[in-house]
Write a protein that binds this ligand. Structure first.
Ligand SMILES: NC(=O)c1ccc[n+]([C@@H]2O[C@H](COP(=O)([O-])OP(=O)(O)OC[C@H]3O[C@@H](n4cnc5c(N)ncnc54)[C@H](OP(=O)(O)O)[C@@H]3O)[C@@H](O)[C@H]2O)c1
Length: 260
């Protein structure tokens, strides 16, 4: 089966690194044009340039802080001016933030909601009308396995991610009659820049390769997932091949989660 995304434009937040970058690369390989958004200008521009030069698709980088409503408005305006349509939105920017319940301040709760939930709410509100009018749209909310199985010590992330699942279902309900399909990917542990940062922070003497191998040992498949594996699924969901899949949250976790 050949998956084609020719003629589509995808906007991917958190697109300069990790899973966002892998999806940008995969989508462009499948023929999509891609807009990548992140806060660090040099990195997002370099990421866009690399994907454009390796695929021949139009790929542009945008500076945006998705936790900021005005920044999202500016992002949508700029991408809409540069591309004819935004057919695909990947709400991906974020990072893991969790701790003991009493230790989390109001400000930390609010930031987590702005970064992970309100960013998806605000950006989807901007792209949804045109997707519905065009009778074609795909939205993926990148969440984590805690969304289905919140655990102690996992706030605020697990709470925000569970809300992301509810948002996914609401949007899928409102998009279905307009051929706008909305799904969530609940990520387990996948190699990305997060593990590179964890390795640096550990101060350990082992190599990054050994650090990643050790991190994978306790997982069901004995290894972390690869960003490319996650990107392949996203590519399927965002192509015509995924045309009847909506309103679901798929674990991408090598059976880490006990939840189906
Ligand atoms: N990898 C995993 O094992 C895993 C597990 C569960 C869930 N997830 C989720 O999957 C998503 C991608 O994770 P990843 O591992 O690929 O992360 P990553 O490698 O750390 O990359 C994060 C990306 O998001 C951008 N970003 C961070 N904060 C942002 C903000 N406020 N506004 C705009 N861009 C922002 C970063 O660029 P700048 O810093 O330059 O902005 C970067 O491009 C995240 O939502 C994460 O929570 C990942």
């Amino acid at each position: 089966m050949k998956i084609s995304m020719a003629g589509r434009t995808a906007l991917i937040t958190g697109g300069s690194k990790g899973l966002g970058y892998a999806m940008g690369q995969k989508f462009a390989e499948a023929g999509a044009d891609v807009a990548l958004a992140a806060r660090t200008e040099t990195e997002v521009m370099a990421a866009a340039e690399t994907i454009q030069s390796t695929t021949g698709q139009t790929v542009k980088g945008y500076v945006c802080d998705v936790a900021d409503a005005t920044s999202l408005l500016n992002l949508h305006k700029a991408v809409s001016e540069d591309f004819k349509t935004i057919d695909i939105l990947i709400n991906n920017a974020g990072f893991a933030k969790a701790g003991a319940f009493e230790s989390i301040t109001d400000a930390e709760w609010q930031y987590d909601f702005d970064l992970k939930l309100m960013a998806a709410v605000r950006l989807t509100r901007l792209v949804f009308p045109a997707m519905k009018a065009n009778r074609w749209g795909r939205i993926i909310n990148m969440l984590n396995t805690l969304a289905k199985t919140p655990a102690k010590g996992s706030a605020p992330t697990s709470v925000t991610r569970a809300a992301g699942m509810a948002l996914t279902k609401v949007l899928a309900g409102e998009g279905a009659a307009h051929n706008v399909l909305v799904n969530a990917l609940n990520i387990g542990r996948i190699e990305s820049d997060q593990i590179v940062r964890a390795h640096q922070a550990s101060g350990a003497n082992d190599t990054l390769k050994d650090f990643i191998a050790a991190a994978g040992q306790s997982l069901p498949m004995g290894r972390l997932g690869y960003a490319d594996e996650c990107a392949s699924l996203a590519c399927l969901l965002c192509s015509d091949a995924g045309g009847y899949i909506s309103g679901t949250a798929i674990n991408v976790d090598g059976n880490l989660s006990p939840a189906l």
